[in-house]
Design a protein around this ligand. Structure first.
Ligand code: NAD
Length: 364
């Protein structure tokens, strides 16, 4: 089992450990059993994850004499709203959860964001342990303390920065993850390669391309490398005032493509197209050597992710989504561009014409 410490000794955030390995639930139980300030755990999950893994996770803790309850929400982004927060809070109250209780967020990013948010406000804050079960949540959303829910006006508009008490990443959960969900996580891993550690791109290309060639040891190594990168960025810029924004590489165009596809493209697929666009824009503006873009695109294709905007998605809608984004962020869009693979920078002065040309060139 690998252990990574996220160092955050601030007034409001404490340091915590991220544990990574295969079949680590027993170890998780032993670690949780030692936390004296918590005398009761409530597992918050979604119905899909609950059916697959809920009972097993609860049993591990019960075996150690811990008091455990489980509650689940419907799966999917639609549950990430304030109504579900209120319903779940009421269920907590009905159970008698108090300040000596802790939540265990067992699931993907939806459960992690929602349970993290609920923990941050329930009785002015109770501990939350993240147990991510999607690859995306294992390499990204479970670390760093961003919590929140969506409103009709947009994603993550209500939320807090609230660091977990600990993160337990058991790669065995990925055995039940559908291929598309797996590829979504791969997009975030490739992103870490692009913005921080280009060698990771080679490891991904060698070890994780086709499902049948997937090597569990390489998977664990790559998840650990990704978590180390995320932790390094979060330690420097916990509240996303600067550096943490480089994690948005591929996300500006990605979000626009995702919305313009009416969410037919998944988040990871959209980010993949967005990274191809970010690299193409960086080449177009003279920052990035063309061979770096080609290397990135080859790795994305190798893991089965799209790098062109699919035919049915209107360019006009993508560009109009980007303009709406611009209004929201105050007249300029800060694109994350690359000078080289591993050297990202923020650029708030990208000419609109270059963005349009890049989107046009990437439309199949
Ligand atoms: N907090 C952050 O820093 C951060 C970062 C990135 C994304 N996010 C958020 O994460 C959310 C997306 O998370 P996601 O991609 O994990 O999606 P998700 O949580 O919706 O999970 C996707 C689907 O996979 C199922 N699932 C989860 N684990 C499974 C498993 N082991 N086996 C089989 N099925 C499983 C779920 O039931 C769900 O149907 C978005 O709301 C996004 O805003 C947050």
């Amino acid at each position: 089992m690998n252990r990574i410490r996220v160092h955050l000794e601030h007034k409001t955030s404490n340091s915590y450990d991220v544990h990574i390995g295969r079949d680590i639930l027993d170890r998780m139980g032993l670690i949780l059993a030692k936390i004296a300030m918590v005398n009761r755990y409530i597992i918050v999950t979604d119905t899909v994850v609950d059916a697959l893994h809920g009972e097993r996770v609860a049993a591990v803790l019960q075996k150690l004499g811990l008091k455990v309850d489980r509650m689940s929400i419907p799966p999917g982004e639609a549950s990430k709203d304030i109504r579900t927060v209120l319903e779940t809070a009421e269920r907590l109250t009905a159970l008698g959860a108090d300040r000596s209780s802790a939540l265990i967020a067992l699931g993907g990013g939806v459960v992690g964001d929602l349970a993290g948010f609920l923990a941050s406000i329930y009785m002015r804050g109770i501990p939350c342990i993240q147990v991510p079960t999607t690859l995306m949540a294992q390499v990204d959303s479970s670390i760093g303390g961003k919590t929140g829910v969506d409103t009709v006006a947009g994603k993550n508009l209500l939320g807090t920065f609230y660091q977990p008490l600990g993160v337990f990443i058991d790669t065995a959960f990925l055995d039940t993850l559908p291929e598309r969900g797996y590829r979504d996580g791969m997009a975030e891993i490739v992103k870490y390669g692009a913005i921080e550690q280009p060698e990771l791109l080679d490891r991904v290309a060698e070890g994780l391309g086709k499902a049948e060639n997937r090597d569990p040891a390489i998977l664990e190594e790559i998840i650990t490398a990704s978590c180390r990168i995320k932790k390094g960025i979060v330690e420097i810029d916990e509240k996303e005032k600067g550096l943490r924004r480089i994690l948005n590489f591929g996300h500006t165009v990605g979000h626009a493509v995702e919305a313009a596809s009416d969410y037919a493209l998944s988040h990871g697929e959209s980010v993949s197209v967005g990274m191809a666009a970010g690299a193409a824009l960086s080449v177009r503006l003279g920052y990035l050597p063309a061979e770096d873009r080609e290397r990135l695109v080859a790795v994305l294709k190798g893991v089965g992710l799209p790098t062109m905007i699919p035919g049915g998605i209107s360019r006009e809608r993508i560009l109009s989504h980007l303009k709406t984004d611009k209004k929201k962020t105050g007249s300029v869009i800060h694109f994350v561009l690359l000078k080289k693979l591993g050297i990202p920078f923020l650029n708030g002065g990208v000419p609109e014409k270059s963005v349009t040309e890049t989107v046009e060139a990437l439309t199949a």
